[in-house]
Write a protein that binds this ligand. Structure first.
Ligand SMILES: Nc1nc2c(ncn2[C@@H]2O[C@H](COP(=O)(O)OP(=O)(O)O)[C@@H](O)[C@H]2O)c(=O)[nH]1
Ligand SMILES: [Mg+2]
Length: 278
């Protein structure tokens, strides 16, 4: 088992250890998807960070509408939340993030000094709902320095502290939080892969995606699907366009829906943001 498992959430003993470790965490990175930075927050986060500092990570910014991301950053700044837009695959945004971290580190040392206490590490942890890129973000943060894995006997399994730089460390295991699936928002969480779409009706999900695209990004349909006629687009039109047909020429809506959701997931419909600050 590697400590930086990208697939699974933490379970059982590891989970208990994570929660125990979280008590001594100073700062939480909450990783959300930049394409829906509010719907992809977990309601649990408020309890978790009550007494902690927080940096909101708008991850996958490379897949989001850049104008919308700027609006979100302004919005969060205005509400007093430190938010940074990053791309955890290419590493964009990390320089700015390090600037914030160094600030928190300096602040902690000053605070401890004032109390006459010894300096210690700023302890951080990564949390977020499934598939927001927590593991990718953590790996980028850690860089080449990988955590010691606990497969040898005598080593306690579960989250370990990894030293980053200066006096900053991070837990090597991200904490997976449950998403809040509000009825009208479910299609967003399915589109970003936070919720498994097989549990939902893919046709109604993809219809919501199509309606949203027609309303907010009609040019993306033209550009990325190559469909200019018979607009506004419907699932049926798309099925015919792709030649996804059942016997007797009936459009295969189920297949088309799966296709569209996959396209979105892989960023093949262009840079899109589902929600804007109000
Ligand atoms: N385009 C893009 N993809 C990302 C980014 N971060 C993560 N991913 C991809 O999103 C998927 C989920 O990432 P992972 O780190 O496993 O998410 P986790 O479940 O939150 O730990 C993987 O396919 C990653 O390659 C990012 O910033 N941009
Ligand atoms: Mg992961």
């Amino acid at each position: 088992m590697t400590s930086l498992d990208t697939r699974s959430g933490i379970q059982g003993k590891t989970r208990i250890l994570f929660i125990k470790n979280l008590r001594v965490v100073d700062l939480v990175f909450e990783v959300v998807d930049a394409r829906c930075p509010v719907s992809s927050r977990s309601p649990l986060i408020r309890q978790l960070i009550k007494h902690k500092q927080q940096i909101l990570i708008l991850n996958k910014a490379d897949l989001a509408d850049p104008g919308a991301t700027r609006s979100w950053l302004d919005y969060f700044a205005a509400t007093g939340i430190i938010a940074v837009a990053v791309d955890s695959q290419r590493g964009n945004g990390f320089r700015e993030l390090w600037g914030h971290l160094t600030g928190f580190e300096t602040e902690l040392i000053k605070r401890l000094e004032k109390k006459g206490r010894l300096a210690r590490e700023l302890r951080t942890a990564v949390v977020g709902i499934p598939n927001t890129g927590k593991s990718s973000f953590l790996n980028k943060l850690i860089g080449r320095r990988t955590a010691a894995t606990g497969d040898r006997p005598g080593i306690t399994k579960g989250p370990q502290w990894v030293h980053l730089k200066g006096r900053i460390s991070v837990l090597d295991t991200p904490g997976v939080l449950p998403p809040q699936i509000k009825k009208g928002d479910a299609y967003k969480l399915i589109s970003i892969g936070a919720v498994d779409y097989t549990e939902y009706d893919p046709e109604s999900v993809s219809e919501k995606i199509i309606n949203f695209l027609e309303e907010s990004y009609p040019e993306n349909i033209t550009k990325h699907l190559g469909i200019t006629q018979e607009r506004p687009l419907t699932l049926e039109t798309l099925a015919r366009h792709k030649n996804f047909l059942l016997p007797e020429g009936i459009p295969d809506l189920h297949r088309t829906a799966g296709y569209l959701i996959k396209l979105f997931k892989h960023g093949k419909l262009g840079r899109i943001t589902f929600e804007l600050p109000v």
